[in-house]
Design a protein around this ligand. Structure first.
Ligand SMILES: O=C(O)CCC(=O)C(=O)O
Ligand SMILES: [Fe+2]
Length: 332
């Protein structure tokens, strides 16, 4: 019973937003749905609040630049613009030497010292059962304790797509071992991809071609198992919210139920929601190819997403984006 919600930001004379002095990090009551157990893929509704989403847009507004992607490893990663020193261009040659644009979006990193960014980072750590640092808000007194995992997080990366832009199939885990050395934090254990802004967007889903669409029954596609009359009419049973092997119709709120079966699973871009998955096989720490995914072309509107990547090991300071690097655009 409170009309007493603290405003996250005040708008100053320039229309720029600043966090109010009494901002406190609180976590919204997000909900988690299991998409797949192997690999582990979870869908989270309301993971990022409307206020946080606006704030993220405001603090990164003028800092986007064309994303860079690992060379020779089309799209295997797209480190933050101020992350490891020299990442080559957003295109790569295939085995025939043909140059492809693997990523046409723009990206930037969110300043790690921003209170809202810290709050979301801590949420992402807690979600994974990892411990955030002891102080969540104002006091930035100590970072002495080694019993927390803040250092396992890469700076949050925002990705912006205008009409026609996309990000080709890739894994978030590094396929090049030289990029996942222990001295560099190891590989990316997990990914969150959250939808920060989805403005009049058509297209722009996140497609996992090797995952099974949970709205489809696992049995429903056997010969003779075809169901009739479901909208979409492709054998998807109406599960009426019950578990079962006929698939669950309610998933069509979150996944593209018009996606062709051959194309696997496509999450709809829905503001505030996030997809979480584990990149490495739990049994041996090797990259899981089944996590291959793409940002499908945005055919109209503008989409902004956010990557939250957790490393196996602490990242060295320079890759965590010290204050000095904040908001710096990469030239070239
Ligand atoms: O834009 C998307 O839907 C996915 C983007 C993505 O996979 C990434 O930035 O690593
Ligand atoms: Fe990705």
């Amino acid at each position: 019973d409170d009309g007493s919600q603290k405003p996250m930001s005040n708008t100053d004379a320039d229309g720029a937003s600043t966090i109010s002095d009494d901002y406190e990090c609180t976590h919204p009551p997000y909900k988690v749905h299991i998409v797949s157990k192997s690999p582990s893929v979870l869908y989270i509704t309301d993971f990022v609040t409307p206020e946080e989403r606006l704030h993220l847009q405001e603090i990164t507004k003028s800092t986007f630049s064309h994303s860079r992607v690992q060379q020779g490893q089309p799209g295997s990663s797209h480190p933050s613009s101020n992350s490891p020193a020299s990442y080559p261009q957003s295109s790569a040659r295939d085995s025939n030497g043909i140059l492809h644009a693997v990523r046409t979006s723009q990206s930037t990193t969110a300043p790690p010292s921003d209170p809202v960014v810290k709050c979301i980072s801590q949420r992402a750590l807690s979600f994974q059962g990892l411990s955030p640092s002891s102080s969540s808000s104002s006091s930035s007194s100590s970072s002495k304790s080694s019993n927390h995992h803040d250092q396992h997080l890469e700076p949050l990366q925002l990705v912006k797509y205008a009409k026609g832009e996309h990000y080709h199939y890739h894994t978030d885990w590094f396929t090049d071992p030289s990029l996942s050395r222990s001295s560099q934090g190891g590989n990316r254990v997990s990914s969150f991809f959250a939808y920060v802004k989805v403005d009049d967007v058509t297209g722009g889903g996140t497609n996992f071609p090797l995952l099974e669409d949970p709205s489809r029954g696992s049995e429903a596609r056997g010969p003779g198992e075809e169901e009739q009359g479901g909208q979409g009419g492709r054998g998807r049973g109406r599960g009426d919210g019950e578990n079962g092997d006929k698939g669950e119709w309610w998933w069509c709120r979150y996944v593209d139920c018009d996606e062709e079966y051959e194309n696997g699973l496509t999450f709809l871009p829905l503001e505030g929601n996030a997809v979480y998955w584990e990149n490495l096989r739990p049994e041996n720490g090797q990259g899981d190819q089944r996590t291959l995914h793409a940002g499908l072309p945005v055919t109209s509107g503008e989409k902004i997403g956010m990557n939250i990547w957790t490393r196996q090991l602490p990242l060295p300071e320079e890759l965590r984006g010290g204050q000095a690097n904040e908001g710096v655009k990469v030239s070239g």
